[in-house]
Design a protein around this ligand. Sequence first.
Ligand code: C5P
Length: 246
Amino acid sequence: MSCSRKLYVIFPAAGSGSRMHSDKNKLLMEVGGVSVIDRTLSAFKKFADTKDIELNGVLVVSPGKVAWWESYISDKDYSSIICAITEGGDTRTGSVGNGVAVLEDYDPSDDDPVFIHDAARCLIDIDSITRCLEVITEEDTPVCVSGVKTKNTIKMVRTGSSESAIVESTPDRDLLYEVQTPQCFKYRVLSDCYSEASAEGYEATDDTALAEHYGYPVKIVEGSYSNIKITTPEDIVIAEALLNNR
Ligand code: C5P
């Protein structure tokens, strides 16, 4: 099959999963009888097949686990969408940075779209992926992130310690979004952001925060309230309920 377009996806999957309080890797836990990682990768495979896109995925896994994941990916036949598996770092920024470094081997063009998608967001839908891709390929926008308007009132506190959570302010809820993945960058901007962040030691829990830090405009694209991140045990229950409602 000849593919008309080419894009890259970095799947950060090297988190410790400590908030799941389980000996089992949370990506191998099942939601509706299918593992979290299988749901995530299948969604992107379906997206690539439906849109006739050559998808080159980099899976970023825990240190020492590359061989195990290589075997998993070939057994499950994700070889058409995963071109490399690499080790992550201690932080999310470090892990994604390692994924970006691997992309260089595939000689991307400056404007090629590169997605970053949390392996743990297994309910990702094709429409959310498509909306991000359209912004990066059809608009003059170098970086975008899916997000949903926050439903709750959010308080800003003075320190991160829950024992001394004294409220500083209440931001206007109309101006607040919860961001998710997928996030999408033009390759050169992503590569430049991660090079500069590595040199400076700059870290963030969100990839587009690097783009903001280095002065690039970041557009929020409509995401989905169902696109939850499997983080704590109740997220498995919520994900099952969401699946049953599809
Ligand atoms: O820690 P957080 O919940 O934000 O993690 C989001 C995603 O980033 C998960 O898929 C996790 O596996 C990944 N991650 C990573 N390397 C880290 C920390 C998180 O790849 N050091």
